[in-house]
Design a protein around this ligand. Structure first.
Ligand code: NAP
Length: 173
């Protein structure tokens, strides 16, 4: 049977830390399902990008990193706001899997309670490589965020005027 794992995240936006987690997971598994969580969210300070835009960015990031796309599936998933059944709901929407890749303590707990094995990746420059940090830099008008995401992700964010969107929803010009 294929050794398959799921990696849930919001990817707002995907950065080099997420890419390192994906590479780390693919060293241990045959296939990885990247679950784009909170798929219903967009145009807010914490979730500026739509699920579709995030899927585009993830595909571009995989390409930039030279990751074999045939080993990766990307599945959008809206939140269900019932933690106790979230893993069952996720499992219903993805191919069968045995492992979950997660660091978020709630997510780790929920998968363990449902009997899945959780692989916890190490933090990859966690202080710097964080979507919250990237969105903060965008809001402050610093271009430093560009070095924290793969170049093709920065290109997509420019094309959709992502920084302008974030600053507008924050009430700044
Ligand atoms: P995220 O911030 O995009 O992170 C995804 C994963 O990547 C996390 O495990 C995170 O670990 C890890 N990561 C990020 N940067 C890293 C780095 N530099 N090095 C190593 N690991 C790194 O997404 P999230 O908020 O955890 O996503 C969970 C998703 O599940 C959300 O969409 C949430 O709404 C959904 N969810 C829904 C329900 C429900 O509907 N009831 C319940 C549970 C979860 P860290 O913990 O270190 O950031």
């Amino acid at each position: 049977m294929v050794l398959r794992g799921v990696f849930p995240g919001r990817f707002q936006p995907i950065h080099w830390g997420h890419v390192k987690v994906i590479e780390w997971a693919l060293q241990r598994l045959d296939e990885l399902v990247i679950v784009v969580g909170s798929a219903q969210e967009s145009h807010t300070l914490s979730n500026p990008f739509t699920a579709g835009e995030r899927i585009e960015m993830i595909r571009a990031a995989l390409e930039d990193a030279g990751i074999d796309r045939s080993r990766v599936l990307i599945v959008p998933l809206a939140d269900i706001y019932m933690n106790a059944v979230w893993v069952r709901y996720l499992a219903m929407n993805v191919p069968r899997f045995r492992y979950a890749i997660a660091r978020n303590p709630l997510v780790v707990r929920l998968f363990k309670e449902c009997g899945y094995e959780v692989l916890i990746p190490p933090p990859f420059e966690r202080g710097k490589l964080s979507s919250t940090n990237i969105r903060k830099m965008m809001l402050m008008g610093s271009d430093e965020w560009r070095s924290l995401v793969p170049p093709s992700v920065a290109k997509i964010i420019d094309e959709i005027r992502g920084v302008e969107r974030l600053r507008e929803v924050a009430g700044r010009d």
